[in-house]
Design a protein around this ligand. Structure first.
Ligand SMILES: [Fe+2]
Length: 216
């Protein structure tokens, strides 16, 4: 797959084999993830605090079952799409899009936050995502025509988040969207970079923000 000409598209995965939404639902101890807004209320989130809700605290202590399943999904579903080993984001980034709120503080291109060329974004919702509770992405670099991409549970969206403008709008659906996003780099395009992420301050290196899929 040539990442420089990547078109935004959906990738299906098997929910029985990779029950990530169920594992996340157990972690939150709820019947319906899209109703978790009933347990906490937040003013409009910003770039500075969009990773700092009580829901983020709960997600980031999730156990091995999630990470083992995530790793299997990468090995068995994502890596075959590229045909070579991948460098991948070790801990996916959690997002919660509450009704009347946003999940990320601003429309952006990931390169604005020091992400490097060669990264491919995968966006995986644990709740049905559509209209104002999903991710909005421009159709081609610089077109500025962001529009929503509907994505079902059991699907993930692959897109060039480094170069395409993306973000979200205020959620008017009445349902919370919960998702993770993560980046992979074909090993042949990976270059270790000392730049660090804006939130976790990890460098974009294997052993920092990234891990080597072939290393197990
Ligand atoms: Fe992004």
């Amino acid at each position: 797959m040539k990442t420089e000409s990547l078109q935004t598209h959906l990738v299906d995965y098997d929910l029985e084999r990779y029950p990530l939404p169920e594992i996340v639902r157990w972690q939150f101890g709820v019947d319906e993830l899209d109703e978790i807004h009933t347990s906490a209320d937040y003013p409009l989130l910003t770039r500075e605090n969009d990773q700092k809700t009580v829901f983020h605290e709960r997600f980031y202590v999730i156990g091995d079952e999630f990470f083992d399943t995530y790793h299997r999904l990468l090995v068995e579903v994502v890596q075959p799409l590229f045909g070579e080993n991948l460098i991948y984001q070790r801990v996916p980034t959690f997002r919660v899009h509450l009704p009347g709120n946003v999940a990320v503080g601003e429309m952006h291109r990931d390169r604005d936050y020091s992400h490097g060329q060669g990264e491919v974004n995968l966006w995986l919702p644990f709740t049905r995502a559509w209209d104002t509770n999903t991710v909005w992405i421009e159709s081609s670099e610089g077109s500025n025509d962001v529009r929503p991409y509907a994505c079902d549970v059991g699907q993930m969206l692959m897109f060039d988040g480094v170069n395409l403008l993306h973000g979200n709008v205020k959620n008017e659906t009445g349902k919370t969207r919960v998702s993770v996003d993560f980046r992979v780099i074909p090993e042949s395009q990976y270059v270790a970079r000392e730049a660090a992420t804006i939130n976790t301050k990890l460098s974009f290196t294997v052993g920092g923000y990234f891990a080597d899929l072939a290393a197990g």
